[in-house]
Design a protein around this ligand. Structure first.
Ligand SMILES: Cc1cc2nc3c(=O)[nH]c(=O)nc-3n(C[C@H](O)[C@H](O)[C@H](O)COP(=O)(O)OP(=O)(O)OC[C@H]3O[C@@H](n4cnc5c(N)ncnc54)[C@H](O)[C@@H]3O)c2cc1C
Length: 176
């Protein structure tokens, strides 16, 4: 039987990138194929366990990757419908202007990007609307410029987080 294998767009992966693109293109009426190598993340109580998700890396692949020196490591990534966003911490931060410049890290140099923060800014603004991001501009001295306020006011910190926030604020005020 002949099948129609023409697609206007083929999206590989259903993470934050592929998923957002699919959502955006859906209204276009174009014929879109989405390919995903992973299966559905099992629903289980460990989904909610920071120990399992972050420390035991329950949902990360068992694959071995190799760095430029041939040293094996287990990558902090998983293959699931929804990608890593199935287990991510839901802290949707914007990168800083300087992240697009050359940055020297402990493990090497992150080269300068050909595109800059200003190129991304309108898309950050759209993404914050799409993902209902909470926050308050003007508190973080490292935060980049923004064309729109956060769509929602910040949620309250949990008590321990509030203690940390107070301590950091004091520290930052002394520093700046
Ligand atoms: C535990 C954890 C917590 C995190 N917390 C945060 C946070 O709080 N805030 C934040 O901003 N970021 C966080 N991140 C990072 C964030 O989740 C990722 O940056 C983001 O999900 C990347 O999106 P992506 O679409 O680029 O890739 P992914 O989400 O990795 O999606 C890629 C998709 O492609 C699929 N795929 C790969 N190869 C193929 C192939 N050959 N064929 C078909 N499909 C393929 C994969 O299965 C996957 O579904 C966290 C990550 C983890 C693991």
């Amino acid at each position: 039987m002949a099948t129609n294998t023409h697609y206007d767009a083929i999206i590989i992966g259903t993470g934050a990138g592929g998923g957002t693109l699919a959502y955006h293109l859906a209204a276009s009426g174009k014929k879109i194929l989405i390919l995903e190598r992973g299966s559905f993340l099992p629903r289980e109580k460990e989904n909610w366990s920071a120990l399992e998700v972050y420390q035991r890396e329950r949902y990360h692949t068992q694959e071995q990757w190799f760095d430029t020196n041939g040293k094996a490591f287990r990558p902090a990534t998983g293959y699931w419908v929804g990608g890593n966003t199935k287990v991510y911490g839901a802290a949707l931060l914007r990168m800083r202007e300087r992240d697009f410049e050359q940055v020297t890290h402990q493990d090497g140099i992150s080269p300068e990007w050909a595109v800059k923060y200003a190129d991304f800014e309108p898309y950050y603004a759209q993404a914050e609307q799409l993902y209902d991001v909470d926050g308050q501009a003007g508190l973080d001295p490292t935060e980049p410029t923004r064309s729109q306020p956060y769509p929602y006011a910040p949620v309250r910190h949990e008590p321990r987080m509030q203690e940390l926030a107070n301590a950091f604020t004091k520290e930052v005020q002394t520093f700046w």
